[in-house]
Design a protein around this ligand. Sequence first.
Ligand code: ZN
Length: 73
Amino acid sequence: MAIVSWQGTDAEYARLYDAVVRNCECVAKQPPHTCAAHVMLEDQSVLDRLLWVFRTRGTFIAREFYARPVSAR
Ligand SMILES: [Zn+2]
């Protein structure tokens, strides 16, 4: 099992973990089943990408939904 670390703030991690808990489908039976949301927390590249998207999404949303037409001169 690889060691992963969260590069964001504690508040950002708390928000991510709340989302994982809301979507958790782990099953307590034999053999134990770990859901995809919890498996995601073990993947460093996924965590890094999620943090990047979380921090940059405002720019993309603004460009997509609040763009102003460019006037021809
Ligand atoms: Zn789970």
